[in-house]
Design a protein around this ligand. Structure first.
Ligand SMILES: [Zn+2]
Length: 314
């Protein structure tokens, strides 16, 4: 069972011309889903928001984010993080939709929940904004499932073309969160070497598969089949979480990789199948990057349908 969650407040984060992470990304997805008669649940505010972000981000960062917006400043922490008067509200909406989706996925078997949200999250660190990301939506989902839903073992697959430095750093000391990432390397944000395997109790629970510029379906298939899927089968998480960026796509303006539509379909099929084996099909998919606006909605929908075991049309 597939369900998509979003929130119109995610469109309120307006960015200067030239920034690829813009409202049009989400507008095109929502339009596509509407055209395909896919129902999208408007999440609205979630009562767990304050606790959930406080579990992931430092108090100092949260108050700095609010006060920087309040002063009308143009950026938060980095030139990749532009601000407008509604950036906090939009980032909050992404978290609200994430929590609503996480709650739904946790409540039954075979549930595939997807958030169509922005701004994305996986670069956001405990103490700072980075790479178009303000709140780490994925880390928030993990902490919420752990604290409010009693999850003891969770796994994150992050196939955005960029390494999810924030998600890795927030959990790298823990053994109960398996973080798996495929990404271009060396590349922004600079982290994600194969040698980064977690620290202390988390040693071995971070698995990075760095790939060279121009890698395509064959290289990614090898990473999924020989590293990611076996690691998931061994770890057996209670819910499979997916940081779904579509910027390894062959025509993405930022990614520089060669993944085809069939690639995203295959990844969905493989992850859906393994989720049936290990966690009764429970999957939570969070939108991260993906900047070829013309192709993004179709790739996302192809991936989701394959994840949910539906035959997808070419
Ligand atoms: Zn990315």
């Amino acid at each position: 069972m597939l369900k998509v969650f979003s929130d119109p407040r995610c469109l309120l984060h307006r960015v200067p011309d030239g920034y690829p992470e813009k409202a049009e990304r989400l507008e095109s997805i929502l339009e596509f889903l509407n055209d395909h008669e896919v129902e999208v649940e408007e999440a609205g505010e979630h009562r767990g928001f304050e606790l959930a972000v406080a579990a992931v981000h430092s108090e100092e960062y949260l108050s700095r984010f609010l006060s920087t917006v309040g002063r009308g400043e143009l950026f938060l922490d980095t030139p990749d993080n532009p601000l407008c008067g509604s950036t906090w509200e939009a980032a909050r909406a992404a978290v609200d939709a994430t929590l609503t989706a996480a709650e739904w996925v946790a409540a039954g078997t075979g549930r595939r929940g997807m958030t169509a949200v922005r701004p994305p999250g996986h670069h956001a660190e405990r103490d700072g904004a980075m790479g178009f990301c303000y709140f780490n939506n994925m880390a928030v989902a993990v902490e919420y499932l752990r604290r409010e839903k009693g999850a003891r073992r969770l796994a994150v697959v992050d196939f955005d073309v960029h390494h999810g430095n924030g998600t890795q750093h927030i959990f790298e000391g823990r053994g109960d969160l398996l973080y798996l990432s495929t990404h271009r390397y060396p590349f922004y944000p600079g982290t994600g070497a194969a040698e980064e395997r977690g620290t202390g109790a988390g040693e071995g629970a971070t698995i990075n598969v760095p790939l060279p510029a121009g890698a395509g379906d064959v290289a990614f298939e090898a990473a999924f089949q020989s590293v990611l899927l076996p690691a998931l089968q061994e770890f057996r998480p209670e819910i499979l979480l997916i940081s779904a960026g579509f910027d390894a796509w062959q025509s993405d303006p930022l990614g520089g990789m060669q993944v085809s539509e069939q690639g995203y379909r295959d990844w969905g099929r493989w992850l859906g199948t393994v989720s049936e084996e290990i966690c009764e099909g429970r999957c939570l998919v969070l939108l991260e990057g993906g900047y070829d606006i013309g192709s993004l909605p179709g790739l996302l929908w192809t991936h989701l349908q394959a994840l949910d075991g539906q035959v997808t049309e070419l």
